[in-house]
Design a protein around this ligand. Structure first.
Ligand code: ADP
Length: 121
């Protein structure tokens, strides 16, 4: 996969920014707006994973669909102080895990510790 010549903030530079597997171009980061990036699955913390079970049938269907047409809608990720948190997109995340995909396309929004606390409530 080709590296794209995107201007990205320092805290995103630890990851390689790759062209998406389904050929959909990345959106350019707007000031203050969300940013679309492929993140390694293991860089996304999922604090609520053990408390919310996924529907195995949904995961199976998504695996098949993602395998054939790729991820059509990125998962939402919150970034706080350079750490990434996922609270939704649980079925898509698990489908990627089970497919053995190393990265997932994410819509990343910056938040504060207060935003994080709100999500953890
Ligand atoms: P999740 O927990 O991942 O949000 P849901 O079953 O609630 O799971 O929703 C599945 C979401 O995955 C939908 O919003 C759908 O638009 C999105 N999606 C992204 N890529 C695909 C795909 N290839 N096939 C089916 N749905 C997809």
């Amino acid at each position: 996969m080709a590296n794209l010549p995107l201007h990205i903030p320092n805290n995103f530079r630890n990851f390689s920014v790759m062209a998406s597997s389904n050929g959909v171009p990345f959106s350019a980061p707007k000031s203050g707006g969300p940013m679309i990036l492929e993140l390694p699955l293991d860089k996304i913390r999922r604090p609520l994973m053990r408390t919310r079970a996924n529907d195995p049938e949904k995961v199976k269907d998504l695996m098949e669909s993602i395998r054939v047409i790729g991820l059509q809608e990125p998962i939402d990720v919150l970034e706080v102080d350079g750490v990434y948190y996922g609270f939704s997109g649980c079925h898509r995340y698990e489908a990627h895990q089970r497919l053995g995909l190393p990265t997932i396309r994410c819509k990343i929004r910056r938040g504060t510790k207060e935003t994080l606390r709100h999500h953890l409530r």
